[in-house]
Design a protein around this ligand. Structure first.
Ligand SMILES: Cc1ncc(COP(=O)(O)O)c(C=O)c1O
Length: 396
């Protein structure tokens, strides 16, 4: 179909989009309608973990698509069962709730935590999150996202949500000591807010505090989970286990799929009718979820992510070493950032013009999150493009 009109005329302007529509993907490469090819180092915002058009994904789409695409959550469906079994066998959790997106996973986790906590003590409904967190766009998840630029104009937020400074034990303790809590939400590695790693000491403090005060510790691994950091779950790096974990983005292999993984104790407070979704855990999405999880959970696959992550990080560090505009190259595995001393929007556009897709995080970071299947040679090309953009836009 030849598109002749400006597509921006058709949509509520929630995104600032430009350029020809994207029409095709293969591995790390994405092509637009003009036949231009891009190295996709954003992975559709951390979604396409196995790259575009992975043969096993294409096959699962065909197979599940020709047997069952929807039956509803009034019935069991085989791909859901297989997917839930994989989640449970490969994590701390013993129960799973399936939905369609990250924000829905966090909404469910907020509800589950409140039901669990208020059952013990009617006052325990407050939810704590941290500065620069991003948990989603619907009202509960948005209320747990203490960044003005996301909620300005949409107030009032949901009551009972508070924030404390990320990675600051003393400040967090002070806020926590002020009231009763249902849950603490934290991203072990913040994505949207910049590539900000939690410290092990901070997560351990939250774990201990939550256990002592019967608060649900919720790890939002929507962006940093599913192998992205070189461990299946980011929490494995820190030796800290949550009571609930929320997942989405890569877990559905490109289809909308989200999950809450939790303990039996939390799940036991939820009864039929307490929560639900028409599409959540759709069998087609779950069939892809089975491919993603069973592939990524392999030790050799995860080892490879660590090796390629180190390779990319070293190359980025080397290319930024003499660049005065770069502050740091933070991140783990293949969730890396280049933190600038200025707004990187122009650099990101210049990369795109040269065939490299990267994404802004926070106000000053460029995210590098290629598919976990990226090749070293593609990393070389991407860093070459980035280096040339730095050179061409530098002060000198
Ligand atoms: C850590 C985190 N939580 C939640 C969300 C919201 O996910 P979704 O856009 O699928 O609603 C995102 C999306 O960027 C995220 O990065």
């Amino acid at each position: 179909m030849a598109i002749t009109e400006d597509p921006n005329k058709l949509f509520v302007p929630t995104y600032a989009r430009s350029g020809a529509p994207m029409v095709k993907g293969k591995g790390t490469l994405l092509s637009d309608a003009n036949g231009r090819e891009y190295l996709d180092f954003g992975s559709g915002i951390a979604v396409t973990a196995l790259g575009h058009s992975h043969p096993a994904i294409v096959e699962a789409l065909r197979e599940q698509g020709s047997s069952l695409v929807h039956a509803s959550n009034l019935y069991h469906m085989e791909p859901q069962i297989e997917f839930a079994r994989l989640l449970i066998d490969n994590s701390f959790g013993s129960k799973v709730f399936l939905c369609n997106s990250g924000t829905e996973a966090n909404e469910a986790a907020i509800k589950f935590a409140r039901k669990w906590a208020t059952k013990k003590n009617g006052e325990k409904y407050n939810i704590l999150s941290f500065t620069d967190a991003f948990h989603g766009r619907t009202y509960g998840a948005l209320s747990a996202t203490p960044q003005k630029n996301f909620y300005r104009g949409f107030e009032p937020m949901v009551p009972g949500f508070y924030a404390a400074p990320f990675n600051d034990l003393e400040a967090a303790q002070k806020v926590l000591d002020e009231r009763e809590w249902a849950a603490i939400f934290v991203e072990p590695l913040q994505g949207e807010g910049g590539i900000n790693e939690a410290t092990a000491a901070f997560l351990k403090f939250l774990r201990d505090y939550a256990a002592k005060h019967s608060i649900a510790l919720v790890f939002d691994e929507i962006q940093c989970g599913v192998g992205r950091t070189g461990a299946l779950w980011c929490y494995e790096h820190f030796d800290v286990v949550p009571d609930m974990m929320t997942l989405a983005k890569p877990v559905g292999g490109g289809l909308p799929l989200g999950a809450v993984v939790c303990t039996d104790e939390i799940a036991s407070c939820i009864a039929p009718g307490d929560h639900g979704t028409t599409f959540g855990g759709n069998p087609l999405a779950c069939a892809l979820g089975v491919i993603v999880l069973s592939t990524v959970a392999e030790k050799s696959f995860l080892d490879d992510v660590i090796t390629k992550g180190k390779y990319l990080k070293q190359k980025l560090e080397r290319c930024c070493e003499t660049e005065p505009r770069v502050e740091a190259v933070p991140g783990m595995g293949l969730m890396l950032g280049v933190r600038m001393k200025e707004d990187p929007a122009k650099l990101i556009q210049a990369c795109r013009d040269k065939g490299l897709l990267v994404i802004k995080a926070g106000h000053n970071t460029i995210r590098f999150m290629p598919p976990l299947t990226v090749e070293n040679e593609e990393i070389d090309r991407a860093v070459e493009i980035f280096a040339s953009v730095l050179a061409e836009t530098g002060a000198g």
